[in-house]
Write a protein that binds this ligand. Structure first.
Ligand code: IPE
Ligand code: IPE
Ligand code: MG
Length: 228
């Protein structure tokens, strides 16, 4: 029987290599990657996934050439402004996690608008991690905590200070393009997440590839430290 993860997280990697192998500029890979992201969003909705968290831009991705960073934000902003209405119509809610102090102002405006317009949608929630780093999320939470005057805290209370609050931890994390590392994604939340690494570059990650990951996940025995 296929078990559908309630919360799926994806590190969408390999856009650059996909493009380079075709003699195209890296940004062409990002364009194709956005299309695949949209397809995966709709597939997750069909399958009944409740939360889908997509790693879109990391706190380390600022190290890339300015032209690539600029193109990535332009692409992201234009996608959001064109597609939010459609997502809303389909009942898909959009949320964003990550720093808010370095993202271009026009992009931030479109993000706030998308969040506002879809806040009552109750089908799939898509969480986009933009200028996101797991360590940065934890440190920002600690700074909020220091200001709150609390002297001691439980794990459950601490998690409320994180960007990804009020969301169950990811059941399954997929990373594409053959790399087997976390790259600073969701450090707190993946304590008991199952990992699946795919060799396929993100622009080639179709619904069929998603199903392979979910089938594999379905066969896992999750023990959470207990004896089953
Ligand atoms: C992932 O693809 C997209 C982002 C990090 C924004 P990459 O751009 O990292 O592609 P590769 O890893 O260079 O192939
Ligand atoms: C992780 O991919 C970030 C995103 C997918 C947004 P990277 O391509 O930036 O990761 P590294 O540099 O290979 O670890
Ligand atoms: Mg990469």
């Amino acid at each position: 029987m296929t078990r559908i993860p309630k919360h799926l997280a994806i590190i969408m990697d390999g856009n650059g290599r996909w493009a380079q192998e075709r003699g195209l500029p890296r940004i062409a890979g990002h364009y194709e990657g956005v299309k695949r992201a949209e397809e995966i969003v709709y597939s997750c909705q069909e399958l009944g996934v409740e939360f889908l968290t997509l790693y879109t831009f990391s706190t380390e991705n600022w190290k890339r050439p300015t032209t690539e960073v600029k193109a990535l934000f332009e692409l992201f902003e234009s996608y959001l402004s064109k597609r939010t209405a459609e997502l809303r119509k389909k009942g898909i809610r959009l949320r964003f996690i990550g720093r808010k102090d370095r993202i271009p102002r026009s992009t931030l405006r479109v993000m706030r608008e998308a969040e506002e317009q879809t806040k009552d949608c109750n089908s799939l929630t898509v969480i986009l991690a933009v200028d996101y780093g797991g360590r940065d999320e934890i440190v920002r939470a600690i700074n909020k905590l220091l200001k709150s005057g609390l002297e001691s805290i439980t794990e459950e209370e601490f998690s409320k200070f994180l960007d990804l609050a009020n969301t169950p931890d990811p059941d399954l994390l997929i990373r594409t393009a053959g790399e087997e590392r976390i790259s600073n994604f969701l450090l707190w939340h993946i304590a008991y997440t199952e990992f699946y690494f795919s060799q396929v570059y993100w622009p080639d990650f179709t619904k069929e590839e998603l199903m392979k990951a979910i089938e594999d996940y379905s066969c896992r025995k999750r023990r959470f430290g207990a004896v089953l």
